[in-house]
Design a protein around this ligand. Structure first.
Ligand code: SAM
Length: 353
């Protein structure tokens, strides 16, 4: 169960007289002897009184809850208990480009990408020529981190999607928190963290849906929060390890994200990052691709060289990490249907803070 004091209020934290002020979230006072139920209800800021709702066991800890609800209401109100057959009816009725159609496209790709072994057993291939080894490499790098850190400790997975990195870290004995901006994948990850099976749908042949189940993982200390990595609801230095896989080119300000994540890692802790640097103006304005810092290393685009230069403190102040591991061009495959795949080549770097 999530220990609530580790969450801080993103609405009122601020710098005052060069001091960083932040306030923890707490459950409302209870008259009951029963342990608090984090399945529903609210968390309240002990500083400003701001309230953050919990839906289906997932706390929504974003700065502007009203704005988030307005933008995500169609998906937030989607029931979690719909069987695949009923979901299939909804999907067939969803106009192309609608929030539900977009969600389905996302889940279709990520459920199979995160759980290729479970897909294979159910007759769904996750990659065109067998599995390309993305997860074994992630597993190896995370195992090395956990060994370097002496085992145990607390990890944050940013942009955890449907949760595979959470499972790997929990199996390695870490206490894990997932931070994800999108509610439905966060809810699936949370469900799996609690050992429950997720019954979903994937595209079989083009236009043909097929049931796909993912088994949860048991006995783990693992929780998921909806929030924004650009304004993360955690105190500084609260993690031994922060994991950011395929996220740098998916946020509005990658530099802010790196600064925020770097601040969350305790001294001597580690970060594992990977990106295919597949920049798109839909996610990141060109001027935001690491700010202007990439120009300093003479690049025409922001890629691995710029990321390493930034992290090692060669471009701007604030970072001074030591590079521990580097792997280039690892295939990361997202499946559309059994005859169509997107293959990205992602560069991975592991650093000590
Ligand atoms: C490209 S996916 C990568 C997912 C997973 N890490 C992987 O490698 O398969 C990026 C994920 O980050 C989430 N995300 C995007 N912007 C975010 C933000 N500002 N804060 C938290 N999560 C974010 C997206 O919803 C999505 O699930």
């Amino acid at each position: 169960m999530l220990s609530v004091p580790q969450l801080i209020c993103p609405a009122c934290r601020r710098v005052e007289e060069e001091q960083f002020l932040s306030f923890p979230l707490a459950l409302p006072p209870s008259t009951s002897e029963e342990p608090a139920d984090l399945q529903a209800g609210v968390l309240i800021c002990t500083g400003c009184g701001h309230q953050f709702p919990i839906f289906d066991g997932v706390p929504l800890v974003v700065k502007d809850v009203g704005d988030y609800l307005e933008k995500h209401l169609p998906l937030l109100s989607l029931r979690s208990d719909l069987p695949p057959e009923s979901m299939a009816f909804l999907l067939r009725g969803a106009p192309p480009g609608s929030p539900l159609a977009q969600l389905y496209t996302y889940l279709n790709a990520y459920l199979v990408a995160h759980y290729p072994e479970q897909a294979r057993v159910q007759g769904i291939s996750a990659a065109p020529q067998g599995e390309p080894g993305w997860w074994p490499i992630v597993q190896k790098e995370l195992s090395s981190s956990v060994a370097d850190l002496g085992g145990g400790g607390r990890a944050l997975v940013v942009g955890c999607a449907v949760g595979r990195e959470l499972q790997i870290l929990a199996d390695l004995g870490m206490q894990v928190v997932g931070l994800e901006s999108s509610f439905i994948p966060a809810r699936i990850a949370q469900q799996l963290c609690r050992g429950q099976t997720h019954h979903g749908l994937v595209m079989h042949r083009n236009e043909q849906l097929r049931a796909f189940s993912v088994q949860g993982f048991e006995g783990t200390d693992c929780n998921v929060v909806v929030g924004d990595v650009l304004d993360p609801p955690f105190p500084a230095y609260s993690f031994d390890l922060v994991v950011l896989l395929n996220l740098i080119d998916a946020v509005a300000s990658p530099l802010t994200m790196l600064q925020q994540c770097h601040a969350l890692v305790r001294k001597g802790g580690q970060m594992l990052l990977a990106s295919p640097f597949h920049w798109s103006p839909v996610c990141t304005e060109p001027r935001e691709r690491f700010g202007d810092s990439w120009r300093a290393v003479g690049g025409v685009n922001a890629g691995l060289d710029v990321l390493l230069a930034l992290l090692e403190g060669r471009l701007i102040e604030g970072f001074r990490t030591e590079t521990l591991g580097l792997r280039k061009r690892i295939p990361w495959v997202l499946r559309r249907h059994e005859q169509s795949y997107d293959i990205f080549l992602s560069d991975m770097v592991r650093v000590r803070v």
